[in-house]
Design a protein around this ligand. Structure first.
Ligand SMILES: [Zn+2]
Length: 140
């Protein structure tokens, strides 16, 4: 019995079989490759997984963390802080070679170590202040 079926590509076609789902073998194999058919089929929204492209507007995690750490240390708007941020951006670039990433990572961690004080656990500003006062009082 012939009936109209809408293919995943959006094309409406006349199918003879009740089981027909795709307008062509091209559409069938494309859906198969995407994991849309078969026992392990799962629905994948096209564009749901962001590609790491240079024009991707999502900030890489490394850059976001670097920004956050620098900001917390009050070093974000300093020359060295901006340099560390730039290094993070270069490192996160999909076009950075392994060798480039290695040397960038070295410089980046040096800068972070110099600019951001180590925070064991949750940084507590008041504790830090009290510690500083104690050191001052003991003449350090
Ligand atoms: Zn189709």
């Amino acid at each position: 019995m012939e009936h109209d079926v809408t293919c995943s590509c959006g094309k409406v076609f006349r199918a003879r079989s009740e089981r027909a789902t795709y307008c062509s073998s091209t559409c069938r194999s494309r859906a198969s490759r995407a994991g849309l058919v078969g026992p392990k089929a799962k629905v994948v929204q096209l564009g749901a997984v962001p590609a790491a492209t240079p024009d991707d507007k999502t900030e890489p995690l490394l850059v976001a963390i670097t920004r956050e750490e620098l900001d917390r240390a009050g070093q974000l708007n300093t020359a060295l802080g901006q340099q560390a941020l730039l290094l993070a951006e270069r490192m996160a670039s999909p076009f950075a070679s392994a060798a480039a990433v290695a040397s960038l990572a070295k410089r980046h961690s040096d800068l972070i170590a110099a600019l951001v004080p180590p925070a064991p656990g949750k940084p507590d500003f008041l504790d830090e202040l009290a510690e500083r006062r104690l050191k001052k009082a003991s003449g350090e």
